[in-house]
Design a protein around this ligand. Structure first.
Ligand SMILES: [Fe+2]
Length: 163
């Protein structure tokens, strides 16, 4: 079931210090679908070997999304993209839940996307999801693909041709 929601790509962000520096030094956070976003320059992202290989196969842009302490991004599907690849910058106390079924009007079945340790995950953003953040600012490293395809097409591609 979890493979329909997310997939651990088996790589970790290797340019954490560069991204952290960008976060610390940048004053330019733009509004991105109810988040504050930061554009990551292509040149910096391409220092990461996994991202470099991925870019040869699929074109994408890169950003960091900022979520303030004690906030919830309520149930939604991403209408700008059907899938994404994400990595949580720091293991802050937060939960990213995907609704996998509905018991009744008030109760959902959920699966948690287990962000940890700067691991990259492919995520199915066609499925309703909600993010809860607790006592620290949450920074999510995220890829926006120039792709008409959905999560399952990309998952199949990774399973057939792993990077
Ligand atoms: Fe989302």
């Amino acid at each position: 079931m979890s493979n329909e929601v997310y997939f651990d790509l088996g790589h970790k962000l290797s340019i954490y210090d560069d991204i952290k520096q960008l976060i610390d030094e940048s004053g330019e956070w733009f509004n991105y679908i109810n988040f504050k976003g930061l554009q990551v320059p292509h040149k910096i992202a391409m220092k990461d070997a996994f991202l470099q290989k991925l870019y040869e196969r699929h074109r994408f842009s890169i950003g960091v999304l900022k979520m303030m302490p004690y906030t919830i991004y309520t149930w939604h599907v991403d209408n700008m993209r059907r899938f994404t690849i994400n990595c949580l910058m720091d293991d802050v106390k937060s939960h990213c839940l995907f609704a996998t079924g509905r018991v009744n009007e008030y109760v959902h079945n959920v699966i948690e996307l287990p962000y940890s340790d700067r691991k990259f995950f492919l995520a199915n953003t066609d499925i309703p999801h909600e993010v809860m953040n607790f006592d620290q600012t949450r920074y999510l490293f995220t890829l926006m693909f120039d792709s008409p395809y959905d999560y399952f097409y990309i998952l199949e591609d990774f399973l057939k041709n792993p990077i």
